[in-house]
Design a protein around this ligand. Sequence first.
Ligand SMILES: NC(=O)c1ccc[n+]([C@@H]2O[C@H](COP(=O)([O-])OP(=O)(O)OC[C@H]3O[C@@H](n4cnc5c(N)ncnc54)[C@H](OP(=O)(O)O)[C@@H]3O)[C@@H](O)[C@H]2O)c1
Length: 310
Amino acid sequence: MKVSVVSRSGREIVKGGVDLNDSATVADLQEAIHKRTKKFYPSRQRLTLPVQLGSKERPVVLSYKKSLKDYTDGNSDNLTVVFKDLGPQVSYRTLFFWEYLGPLVLYPIFYYFPVYEYFGYKGERVIHPVQTYAMYYWCFHYFKRIMETFFVHRFSHATSPLSNVFRNCAYYWTFGCYIAYYVNHPLFTPVSDLQMKIGFGFGILCQVSNFYCHILLRNLRRPEGDGGYQIPRGFLFNIVTCANYTTEIYQWLGFNIATQTVAGYVFVVVAAGIMTNWALTKHRRLKKLFDGKEGRPKYPRRWIILPPFL
Ligand SMILES: NC(=O)c1ccc[n+]([C@@H]2O[C@H](COP(=O)([O-])OP(=O)(O)OC[C@H]3O[C@@H](n4cnc5c(N)ncnc54)[C@H](OP(=O)(O)O)[C@@H]3O)[C@@H](O)[C@H]2O)c1
């Protein structure tokens, strides 16, 4: 089979095309493109079928697991695919590891080291119990996230653009320092003992629930599965589509009830905004996939992220 690999403008990416045997898969084609171009390893490549000029249709993205024959429309000798370079890629685990490592390491620096001397505070620093608990709570949270990244989540996409590492690290590392600076500050005023206990107690409960939500999400996919989507069920998923985001937001709320800083509340508002956006997309996708037609199950009526509001 002869495969022509062209850019969106029609320029040939692999001179003379690629010759493959009839049983070749899309993965074989990607390997062949890599061999010929050297630069474009498989996860950098996005291969689609050509669309008519001016057509508003979305191009069909070739799945690496499928045979090339599945895309030839009966004519098995020639195929043209459109190539797009997705840019340098990193694995999702690498991305998550680096974004979470920042807050895990940076926060304790503000607690343990005389950072505030550099900001002009010369007096003795008295550490309140709430500041100590906050440091453990914070570190537990990010340690849990790193562990979940490696041992719990079953991602559908193998890689993410390298540029996301810089964007996400900027977000997490900056917020980490911003909150750590105020919670560990020598002039920090603690809330009442009762408020602290309510905040941390509620927060821990939400962190444990968040972990359980991630276990339920994990069980929706088989280890060797194809990364498809299922209807999440059980525990809080019976009432809300993105129960993992709900518990994430509420656990930050618990942290803020206990520590009460403007920085912490700014973070929870920004994070809730981001997660709400994602939750709307995920809810829409599940409703579309499970539309109740042609034997497909119908997605049950559920809140999206923050019952009883949304
Ligand atoms: N503080 C913040 O700013 C913030 C922001 C975002 C996330 N987080 C935390 O980080 C955690 C992970 O975030 P995330 O955005 O990666 O979570 P997510 O996409 O909702 O889910 C985690 C894993 O479960 C899979 N999954 C989700 N829905 C599924 C379904 N219906 N069927 C099968 N698998 C499904 C996802 O697959 P895919 O690989 O296909 O997506 C992903 O691997 C969150 O739960 C939250 O605790 C915090």
